[in-house]
Design a binder for this molecule. Structure first.
Ligand SMILES: [Zn+2]
Length: 284
C-alpha cells in the first residue's frame, strides 16, 4: 500500500510539474527588445539580455495581466512579454500572467534599456557592403555620439589602402601616391581644405587590413591610421545636407597622372538650434 501510495504521489508530482511548467523564456533568434511606440530595436549586450531572460525565468508570476502602459516589449521564442519601465511590471501576453520586479531590479533593467540612447554610436565604413577587388582604398569615421555643438563637430576619421600583395609591390606596379590632401566637401559644391600630407599614401602607415568571413565577404576593415578632425562650422550653412570626407591625391602609376579622390566617405547632417546631428542615413 505504501508503495502504491508512493507511486501515486510520484505520478501526481510528475503531472503537476508537467502541468505547471511552461516553456522557459528564451531570446528569439533575431531581435530581442523593442520600444512599444516606434518599434525601435533596443541593442544590448548579451550579458544584459541574459540578465533579463534569467529574471523572467526565475520570476513568480500572477495569473493576470496588469493594466500597464508598457513602453517596451520582448520578442521571445515562444512568448511575447511587455514591460512597463515606470512600475517594473512584465506582462506575459501569451500566457496571460504578470510579474513585478523589485525596485533595484527595475533600476537595473531601466539602465540596460535607456543606456541604449547614450550608447548610440556614429560610424560607417568599417564594414564595406561590397567586397571590392583588392587592392582597395578605404575610408571610415566613428564617434561615440551623434549630436554635437556646431563649432565642435569632431570625429575620428580612418583611411588607408589594403594591398594584398604588399606595399612594395603596389608602389612598383600600380599605386604610388607621394602626397595627399584631406578635404570636406558639401553637396552644394563647397570644398573645405583640411591639410596636406607629404607622405606616400601607399605605405605601412596608411595601410589597412581586412577580415573575411567564410564566404570571402569583408566583415571588417582595420585601419593602421586614424585622426581626430573637427569639421569646419562653415560647412553647416544649410539646415541639412550631405558632407563628404575626401582624400585627394595623384597616382603616379597612371598613364596620365592627375589629382583625384583616392578614397572618401559621406554622411548626412541636420542643424537644429545650434546643434548638429550626424547620421549615415538621410535625416528627416
Ligand atoms: Zn505599470
Amino acid at each position: 500500500m505504501k508503495k502504491i501510495f508512493a507511486l501515486l504521489l510520484t505520478c501526481l508530482l510528475c503531472l503537476s510539474v508537467v502541468g505547471c511548467s511552461e516553456k522557459p523564456y528564451q531570446a528569439a533568434w533575431d531581435g530581442f527588445c523593442y520600444t512599444s511606440a516606434e518599434h525601435h530595436a533596443v541593442e544590448m549586450e548579451s550579458e544584459d539580455r541574459k540578465y533579463i531572460i534569467d529574471l523572467l525565468n526565475k520570476a513568480v508570476w500572477e495569473t493576470n495581466i496588469e493594466d500597464c502602459e508598457c513602453d517596451f516589449y520582448f520578442s521571445l521564442q515562444r512568448q511575447r512579454v511587455e514591460y512597463h519601465s515606470e512600475c517594473g511590471t512584465f506582462n506575459d501576453i501569451t500566457n496571460s500572467k504578470s510579474t513585478k520586479v523589485a525596485e533595484e531590479q527595475r533600476i537595473k533593467i531601466n539602465s540596460i534599456l535607456s543606456l541604449d540612447a547614450s550608447k548610440e554610436k556614429l560610424e560607417d565604413g568599417f564594414k564595406p557592403s561590397n567586397s571590392a577587388e583588392a587592392p582597395s582604398l578605404y575610408c571610415a569615421y566613428r564617434s561615440d555620439k551623434t549630436e554635437f555643438p556646431i563649432d565642435d563637430v569632431t570625429l575620428d576619421f580612418y583611411y588607408g589602402g589594403y594591398y594584398y600583395q604588399g606595399v612594395e609591390y603596389e608602389l612598383e606596379n600600380t599605386h604610388d601616391i607621394p602626397s595627399f590632401e584631406l578635404y570636406f566637401q558639401d553637396d552644394y559644391g563647397g570644398k573645405f581644405f583640411i591639410k596636406r600630407v607629404e607622405e606616400n599614401f601607399v605605405s605601412e602607415k596608411y595601410s589597412c587590413n581586412v577580415v573575411y568571413d567564410d564566404n570571402w565577404n569583408i566583415t571588417e576593415v582595420k585601419f593602421n591610421h586614424s585622426e581626430t578632425i573637427t569639421i569646419p562650422r562653415e560647412i553647416f550653412a544649410e539646415e541639412s545636407g550631405l558632407i563628404y570626407f575626401s582624400v585627394f591625391g595623384t597616382n603616379q602609376k597612371e598613364v596620365e597622372p592627375q589629382v583625384k579622390v583616392i578614397t572618401g566617405i559621406g554622411f548626412y547632417y541636420k542643424v537644429v538650434d545650434g546643434k548638429v546631428t550626424l547620421s549615415k542615413q538621410p535625416i528627416n
